[in-house]
Design a protein around this ligand. Structure first.
Ligand code: HEM
Length: 485
């Protein structure tokens, strides 16, 4: 009956629900993957559900990923969905508070700022932040102990990302004023803000104050640097943006530099801290793999484990595959959304997705389907040994498009897309890999790790925020490899 009342002919099947506005919000929100997989069984790869009163059409598997992520600008739009949440956090005139063509230019600035030289310097800075962190953190005193992985990794990644990408001044104020501002700003991404981001609630007032203060702080950093009071001796993104010009010749205004830096901080922080937490939590269920990683480092770099360089990272495939496999099972972004701008027929079916529907893509579904990955619920970095990566790369090569910030596959058929695809694809992938591998290497060198009592259980996922992450607390036991000095 519900299908007849609410569904027009040619619309995809509607997921059954009892309450009109609430729809499937709760079941989706509690465990999106469970929701996707169980409805896939009932309805197939295309179905519609009600999310906070909005008709939301999900399209799964490689065809669905491609339909949504490579959709044309006239058909699908990201900023209509993301701006209410993001603009009060990032500020005016950046990312989703500007035409898409401007976002493409801003992405190009950042992408081109992440040069080999910059990344080379980041490996050194991240390594030294890790070493200092381990030395001074209260949870790492003595020869053995335990730590709450998601919490500790959130602290560490903020230091590593700010020291490298954000620059020394930002890193130095993170210990004091910035940490609080960051926290208040982050409240802007609370789930309640999917509906109430504009509301004058206390957390939104705090968010707005924090944004203004942050924009002001970045502005002061830029002005001080421009005045010549600070020597240009680093490769952080602020220096780079200060030299960038839009196609029409205008330099990037100070408030836009600030907005881009805030966006990078937010986009990078949650995704990276959740991923490194999952990496360590997964490794703690297979401690023998930690020893294998150490053996790889020793075999490739030398028994005495010399200081790490950027070039070393590409020589350590098991480390890279550990990151890769973790992103397959624990992609921090479980749902990617677009607004439908005009009716979109779906090839090979008689469905037409009407204008104003939200389209939802979840590349994490194809990455966990047995059709694409043997025994998908088994976390095994070695599955990537046998040329699996090469197989996917082949699928991406044929048809490409240049978005100005990089050449991206147009018709991606890969089931593995943790960084998205198309014009909104991630530009932080390389930075994320550099950061995650460098932290992983530092921890493998310093510690043996295992689950409490040697258990092989893995903790569940917290889907309550925009980015998914391990449920906290998630405690792991560590033992120092050498005597503490
Ligand atoms: C976009 C994932 C790290 C900056 C995206 C998208 C995904 C993603 C799936 C596409 C979103 C969409 O299509 O709506 C990840 C993962 C990361 C990561 C899994 C780490 C493990 C980073 C880092 C930065 C960053 C470190 C910054 C340095 C961005 C930006 C976009 C983006 C600027 C573009 C948004 C747009 O065009 O709409 N990321 N990301 N990401 N990411 Fe990342």
């Amino acid at each position: 009956l519900q299908q007849l009342l609410f569904k027009k002919p040619n619309e995809p099947p509607m997921v059954f629900h009892w309450f009109p506005v609430l729809g499937s919000t709760i079941t989706y929100g509690m465990d999106p993957y469970k929701f996707f997989f169980s409805n896939r069984e009932k309805y197939g790869d295309v179905f519609t559900f009600i999310l906070l009163g909005k008709k939301t059409t999900v399209m799964l598997d490689t065809k669905g990923n491609n339909f949504i992520l490579n959709g044309k600008l006239k058909d699908v739009n990201a900023e209509e969905i993301y701006a209410p949440l993001c603009t009060p956090v990032f500020g005016k005139d950046v990312v989703y508070d500007c035409p898409n063509s401007k976002l493409m230019e801003q992405k190009k600035f950042v992408k081109f700022g992440l040069t080999q030289e910059a990344l080379r310097s980041y490996v050194r800075l991240i390594t030294s932040e890790c070493e200092d962190f381990i030395k001074r953190h209260k949870d790492f005193k003595g020869q053995r102990g335990t730590f709450n992985v998601p919490k500790v990794m959130a602290e560490l990644t903020i230091y590593t990302a700010s020291r490298s990408l954000q620059g020394e001044e930002v890193r130095n104020i993170f210990d004091s004023s910035f940490a609080e501002l960051y926290h208040d700003l982050d409240m802007g991404f609370s789930p309640i803000n999917f509906m109430l981001s504009w509301a004058p609630l206390p957390h939104n007032r705090a968010r707005d104050r924090a944004r203004e203060k942050m924009i002001q702080t970045y502005g002061e950093i830029v002005r001080k640097r421009r005045s010549g009071a600070v020597k240009k001796d680093s490769h952080d993104m602020i220096w780079h943006l200060m030299d960038c010009k839009y196609k029409d010749g205008t330099p990037v205004p100070d408030h836009e530099i600030a907005g881009i830096m805030i966006a990078l901080l937010m986009a990078g922080q949650h995704s990276s801290s959740s991923t490194i937490a999952w990496i360590l939590l997964r490794l703690a269920t297979k401690p023998e793999l930690i020893e294998e990683l150490l053996a790889e480092q020793k075999a490739v770099l030398g028994e005495d484990l010399p200081p790490l360089s950027f070039e070393d990272l590409s020589k350590l495939p098991l480390h890279a595959n550990t990151v890769k496999e973790t992103l397959r099972m624990h992609a921090p972004i479980h749902s990617i959304m677009r607004k439908v701008m005009q009716p979109m027929p779906i090839e090979g079916t008689n469905y037409v997705v009407p204008a104003n529907h939200t389209l939802m893509s979840s590349p994490g579904v194809s990455a966990n389907m047995p059709e694409h990955f043997v025994n998908p619920s088994n976390w095994d970095p070695h599955r990537w040994d046998a040329g699996l990566a090469a197989k996917f790369e082949g699928q991406n090569d044929e048809d490409t498009i240049d978005y100005g910030w990089g050449v991206v596959s147009k018709g991606t058929q890969s089931p593995y897309l943790p960084f998205g695809a198309g014009r909104h694809r991630c530009i932080g992938e390389q930075f994320a890999y550099v950061q995650l591998q460098t932290i992983l290497i530092a921890f493998v060198r310093e510690f043996k790790m295992r689950n409490p009592g040697g258990s092989r259980e893995i903790i569940g996922t917290d889907y309550a925020s925009l980015f998914s992450r391990p449920l906290a607390p998630a405690i792991v036991e560590w033992e120092r490899r050498h005597k503490e000095n």
